[in-house]
Every structure is written in structure tokens, then in C-alpha cells.
Design a protein around this ligand. Structure first.
Ligand SMILES: Cc1cc2nc3c(=O)[nH]c(=O)nc-3n(C[C@H](O)[C@H](O)[C@H](O)COP(=O)(O)OP(=O)(O)OC[C@H]3O[C@@H](n4cnc5c(N)ncnc54)[C@H](O)[C@@H]3O)c2cc1C
Length: 344
């Protein structure tokens, strides 16, 4: 009989992130389709009671928790010890966890300590005839596989954004606290501060409704034989500010910046979408001045509705890569869109 454990950590404010609710949804669905399975939850953080209460209506039969200031900040030694203790207390055979950056660093080590196995980048979990299988994408999202494993415990890192978050309501639950034996050496790493870009310079927004992608065309000579970089910068930033879209880019455009050319200063390789970049999961995407070549569009695998603006009716987007292609000048279109947004 499988014991399915959802293993989540709380956020700074004691809440559960959307990614944790996604893991919960995946695990609850698995539990439903796996006759005789047990479903339990494990939470780790400074104070986990509020998080446990926030998902009281979920079908779990038991809650385990590791509480305390030592578990407030992400730190391999304390997180791994806590996760191991919860897995052992719950006697988990299948562990479903959100693949946050905090958990992604820790879970493979926990699998090793427990003598189990782990799979990362899981995008689906299912059961048929009593057998659990997981989905993963390979070769930069070109091939999807369905895999099973017999060793236990099997720890699954669920890719954030790949599941529907559960909507379990709140209530009050009792949590069995698990003691973790921490040697002093486990606490020698402390987070002294976080360096991050200013809020308005942070253009990568995984939770945005729209992915707005810029291509090298923004820096190319236009019909008048001139480049229009300052105008491109103004149009793009204005659109991002008004729409709160997430900013993606083609490789060509971010590479130009890396080579020291005068391009759009707010773009870095972190914005790059594609085979050698990111595979974002926004519901909608709008590509501008980007040719839509395969190494780029392969990064659009999970973008549900795709639109592109390109002067070239024969660009890659026209070959089945976009749902809608506007054959138009992106400078003019975005100026009009910004004007409409300003009056909206
Ligand atoms: C191994 C490998 C890995 C790669 N990985 C990636 C990757 O991860 N991501 C990625 O993006 N690329 C990747 N590439 C590069 C990819 O093949 C393309 O070269 C790149 O995506 C092209 O970028 P672009 O479309 O912005 O530029 P271009 O090909 O220069 O296209 C610019 C487009 O802008 C249009 N345009 C110009 N002016 C306007 C205007 N006013 N209005 C509307 N449209 C206009 C033009 O018609 C043109 O289609 C990879 C390549 C290789 C070989």
C-alpha cells in the first residue's frame, strides 16, 4: 500500500505558495486513483500551523510538521534533516513536493539518505491498475515520457506552473510535530540578506497572465533605414509597466547585449526563451520582432495561446507556431496598444 506524502515548506509570511497547492492537487488526484493509498501532509517552516489550517479541507488523514526558527530560512543542512525526519515519521513511499528552488536543492539528498529515488521536473502524476507513473519532458521539451519506478520512497519534484492549484478550504487541523536532531554545524550557514533587482527592474514574472517576447527586430534598421532603439525601449517598458506582463526574449537579442552592443539594457540571458533558455508557462504569449525559429519556439511549448507580430508573412510563426500572426510593424502596433492601455 502506498503512503503519499505532500512535502511543502512555508513562505516568509507563513503561507503556502501556489506551487505547494499545485503539488497538493497532483497528490490528491493520485490518491483518488490509487485504491487503498494513504494520503498525508508534511509542512516545514518557522510556524506551520497557519499553513496547515489553510488547507484543512484537503483529503489528508494526518498532518506532520517541523516548526521553529531554525527552519525559517532555506538552508540545505536544516531543510534536508527536517524533510528526512518528516518522510520517516510519515513512512512515506511516494513524496510529492513542489520543485521550488529551496526544495530542488534538497530533495535529491533526502532521497539518498532514505535509500530512495527522485525524479525532478515532473509535470504529471497518475495511477492505473495500482501502478504509479510520472510524466517528464526531455530534449528541451521536445519529447514527453511516462515513467514508473519500483524503489521506494520515490520523491517527485513537481514543476511549478504545471498543475492546477488545489482549492481546499481552511479550517483547523491538529499537526503531529516531528523532532529533528540538529547538530550545531547544521546551523552555521545563515542568510544575511537578499540582493535582488528593484521591483520595477524585475521583468521576469512567472505569475503574469501574459508573456511578452522581444526579438532582435527591435534593434534592426527599419523602413527609414535607421534603427530606433530609444523608441523601442520606451514602447517595451511602457507596455510592461501598464500590462505587468513577463518579459521574454529571443537569443539573438540578449546575445547582442552580452557582446556590449547598445541594445535594450533591461534584458539579460535570464529573459531568454527557447532551447538554450527558459520554457515559461504563461497562459498567453505575444511575440514581437522575433522570427519564430524552432530553437526559440521550442521554449513556447507550454504557452497555451500564442500570437506574434512580424513584418514578414513568411516568418517561422506563420508555419504553425502561432495561433495568430499579425503581419504588421510592431513599433506601430505597440504604440497603439499602449495608447489603448492608457485610456483603458
Ligand atoms: C544550438 C542553438 C540554440 C539556440 N537556442 C536559442 C534559444 O534558446 N532561444 C532563441 O531565441 N534562439 C535560440 N537560437 C537562435 C535561433 O535559431 C535564432 O537565431 C534566434 O531565435 C533569432 O532571433 P530573432 O528572431 O530575435 O532575430 P532575427 O532572426 O534577426 O529576426 C528578427 C525578426 O524581426 C522582424 N522585424 C524587424 N522589424 C520589425 C518590425 N518593425 N515589426 C515586426 N517585426 C519586425 C523581422 O521580420 C525578423 O523576422 C539557438 C540557435 C542554436 C544554433
Amino acid at each position: 500500500m502506498e503512503t503519499i506524502l505532500v512535502l511543502a515548506h512555508t513562505e516568509n509570511d507563513g503561507s503556502l505558495a501556489k506551487s505547494a497547492r499545485e503539488a497538493l492537487h497532483a497528490a490528491a488526484t493520485l490518491h483518488k486513483s490509487l485504491a487503498g493509498s494513504k494520503f498525508v501532509i508534511g509542512l516545514i517552516g518557522e510556524n506551520i500551523q497557519a499553513a496547515a489550517n489553510s488547507i484543512a479541507a484537503c483529503p489528508a488523514t494526518k498532518y506532520f510538521g517541523v516548526n521553529g526558527a531554525d527552519f525559517a530560512q532555506p538552508r540545505y543542512a536544516t531543510d534536508a534533516a527536517a524533510a528526512e525526519a518528516v518522510c520517516r515519521a510519515a513512512q512515506a513511499t511516494v513524496v510529492v513536493a513542489p520543485a521550488t528552488s529551496r526544495w530542488a536543492r534538497v530533495l535529491p539528498g533526502v532521497a539518498q539518505r532514505l535509500g530512495g529515488r527522485t525524479d525532478t521536473h515532473v509535470t504529471g502524476v497518475a495511477a492505473a491498475d495500482g501502478k504509479i507513473s510520472v510524466n517528464r519532458w526531455y530534449y528541451r521539451q521536445r519529447m514527453e515520457s511516462v515513467q514508473t519506478r519500483t524503489p521506494r520512497p520515490w520523491i517527485l519534484g513537481i514543476d511549478p506552473g504545471s498543475q492546477t492549484p488545489c482549492e481546499c478550504g481552511a479550517g483547523t487541523v491538529g499537526v503531529e510535530m516531528v523532532a529533528v536532531d540538529l547538530p550545531d554545524v547544521a546551523k552555521r550557514t545563515t542568510v544575511v540578506g537578499i540582493r535582488e533587482p528593484k521591483a520595477d527592474a524585475q521583468t521576469i514574472r512567472p505569475d503574469a497572465k501574459l508573456l511578452f517576447v522581444t526579438g532582435a527586430g527591435w534593434t534592426k534598421k527599419q523602413a527609414d533605414g535607421q534603427t530606433h532603439l530609444p523608441e523601442a525601449e520606451r514602447l517595451i517598458l511602457e507596455f510592461l509597466k501598464k500590462s505587468r506582463a513577463s518579459l521574454g526574449s529571443s537569443k539573438s537579442l540578449v546575445d547582442q547585449g552580452g557582446e556590449g552592443q547598445a541594445v535594450l539594457p533591461f534584458l539579460s540571458h535570464l529573459n531568454q526563451v527557447g532551447q538554450t533558455g527558459a520554457t515559461p508557462r504563461h497562459a498567453r504569449g505575444l511575440s514581437t520582432c522575433c522570427h519564430g525559429e524552432e530553437p526559440h519556439t521550442v521554449g513556447w511549448r507550454f504557452v497555451a495561446e500564442r500570437r506574434a507580430i512580424n513584418l514578414d508573412p513568411n516568418c517561422g510563426w506563420a508555419r504553425g507556431k502561432a495561433d495568430v500572426l499579425y503581419v504588421a510593424d510592431a513599433f506601430k502596433v505597440m504604440a497603439k496598444v499602449n495608447e489603448l492601455l492608457a485610456t483603458a
